[in-house]
Design a binder for this molecule. Sequence first.
Ligand code: GLV
Length: 314
Amino acid sequence: MAEARPRVWVSQPLFDDIVGRLGEWFELDATREVTAWSQQAIADRLRDADGAVVTLNERIGAEEVAGAGRLRAIANVGVGYNNLDVAALEARGIVATNTPDVLTETTADMAFALMMAAARRITEGERWLRAGRWTQWSFDTMLGGDVHGSTLGILGMGRIGQGIARRGALGFGMRVLYHNRSRLPERIESNSRAAWVDFDTLLAESDHLVLVLPYSAQTRHVINASALAKMKPGATLTNIARGGLVDEDALADALANGRLASAALDVFEGEPAVNPKLLALDNIVLTPHVGSASLATRRAMASLAVDNLIAALG
Ligand code: GLV
């Protein structure tokens, strides 16, 4: 009798031709519609699976894998993996993989797009125009801040942070500062044209602060009321990492009282729900967690996750 093929669960629709490659090796349980899986439903899908391809929507830890006796590998489609409790998975011998590198440049592009949109009030201006409020050109309409020649601050200097730094220094003549728990080797600093500073200096000197650090219990609300109070008056804040890095109520206050000029957020603590205080503000750019969402990059991410799973299941 032929041996049963390993079973693989794919939690969300990706690209049929890419997911289809898994069918050459495995029995495929591929989700066809975008689905909000409950924790119980995730546990049910994993129960008979040998492997899974999941996205940041699916939170998987000890409880979800408790009944998954055959599960050997989880391939996360994304570079951030705070949705996975890696220690709990490791304790059960389950390998977890992510998709770094393939999204670096696309996500760095998006950070720049958001930072520029916040600085130059692009979405605010568009809303104003569409509302029919542009009745005459005037000299002082939508005055914003400059990006070129200003000081760019990067909190979290991994691959994406370095891509943002290169764009700032080489493309826009910016002075680039960064803060990371550990200072990077000199070669990387000089390739990125970035100088390490302590956290408070980064806050005080950045005209445009961009968050690109991993989210964890230690980094939750790293930008809170006290950090916001230390930021340069009139600065902008851009977050393309994870929403929980920012205390959104405190940010809303800093935007409402003009302490910060503007902000751009691609990620939210309770996403897809967005804090109503943020929605009520004009000086903020809001996008639906699409930092890596170019077609080519999303295909590359899906493809890498599929390759990772095939390799992990051997
Ligand atoms: C997206 O947020 C990712 O981590 O890849």
